[in-house]
Design a protein around this ligand. Sequence first.
Ligand SMILES: C[S@@+](CC[C@H](N)C(=O)[O-])C[C@H]1O[C@@H](n2cnc3c(N)ncnc32)[C@H](O)[C@@H]1O
Length: 520
Amino acid sequence: MRFTGRLPLLSALGGRISAMVPWLTPSLCAGLRAAFQRVGFDVDGVPALLGADAHAALARDEPVPARLASVDAGSLGVLVRLFLLGDTEPAGAVADALAPVEVADAIAAGLLREAPEGLTSALDVRPHGDGVSGWWVVSDLETRPGGRRAALPADHVLGIGSASLSLAAATMRRPVGRLLDLGTGCGVQALHASRHASQLVATDINPRALALAAATFAISDVLVELRAGAWLEPVASERFDHIVCNPPFVTGPPRVRHTYRDSGLAGDTVAARLAGALPRQLSDGGVAQLLACWLHVKGQDWPDRVTSWLPHDDAVSGVDAWFVQRDVADPAHYVGTWLRDSGVDPSSPAARRESEEWLAWMAENQVEGVGFGFITLRRTGATDPTVLCEDLREPMVDPLGEEVGGWLDRVSWLREHADDAALLAARLRLAPSVVLEEVSQPGPDGWRPVAAAVRRTDGPGWRHELDSPAAALLAGCQGTLTLGELLELLAAAHDEPTGKLVAASLPGVRELVRHGLLVP
Ligand SMILES: C[S@@+](CC[C@H](N)C(=O)[O-])C[C@H]1O[C@@H](n2cnc3c(N)ncnc32)[C@H](O)[C@@H]1O
């Protein structure tokens, strides 16, 4: 498949578009894979050559330690400097390193460029892995030769960024059949998904992204069906078991300056549309996971805003939804961050104009902040779906992906035990990672306990405050007695009616199960 078209939307806006769409043929990509494997330009070989310190420095955009470490490293050193450091290398050394690929073919494909002193890379090509599998990712360069960051063209194809990695880490990795990567860009989500999905479809609106994703998949030898088009158009009548989407989620005026970040829709409409539309494309029990931004508008609670986006019609019902807010930025911080991200000098007249226009839009729309986070949607068909919004802004011990699967399981279990009698018949135990935290104040008779809480030391680190009957109940949750039996014992010990204790305890027990502190 070859994509040569120009994006009408971008052309109409007059955005600066890259001169040519690179086309790395399948045979060129197979040749690159052979060369990379031969010289060790892969997820194991590059860190082994550079060593931990230079590798970490490279990740911080500090190239000198990696350059020093690659000096006597033969062809591997040449490829590290060519692709990871953006250096110009002698043509003969590049030809040796890339054999069997012919340098002339690599130039014609748009991978390499002739420079006065040799050859330089026209694309970013880098090894990438998940600790088990290793791949190669092709994207656009973010720096000009010489290391200066340039203002990015409208069709710039982003490499693996922190948003890409956070979605990859938050993605559930349970085996599934069909998976859709919506807005694939350089193809990074589909690569990760290739480990748990048996059939992959990836879409993008940007022909350049489709061409680079095709190269990513061909070099990495991963089979992905690529489709061109906007949003869900290319898969309109299809259903998927899993959808992952890192959309162009930047919120602001409706415009497209960069396809990787701007949807052309005003504010958080892109998140609203996707949250409403993705469940329709899911098979029964299928899960969609996306990154999103949502506006904090004066006088409106953010949970009310985001939950209003869910589909409420007969065609798709019973959608479990979990909105996790990881960060909130004030408008000035938000706009400044995204201007810098697109390579614009914040003090330039162009940046000033864009910033003023953007902040004026925020003010007109009474935006007080922009939330950022993950949305998980599961099509269940249940009459009583669970819809929950949580503010989880603290750093997390573990990636969210594992937790998403656990959260969905626990939500299903709670639905099956919605009846009080069913919950009371359950045998629950405390998760092994739970600790009890007690706060005491000094008093005339020594330390006086004033508060207690249970906390998970793994996952998102959920913490729930407890009173002493609840602490006693949890101490008894060891998987032997049923919850009902424990509450009866507790009622007898405190000389209280069992019914009163049951009514007071069950809502809290449900919360503790949902957060994985109590395990059925
Ligand atoms: C933030 S990038 C994500 C790229 C990659 N999936 C990742 O995780 O790094 C968003 C991608 O969505 C694509 N995109 C933008 N508007 C789109 C639309 N209307 N329909 C489909 N894809 C779109 C962009 O071209 C870009 O590749």
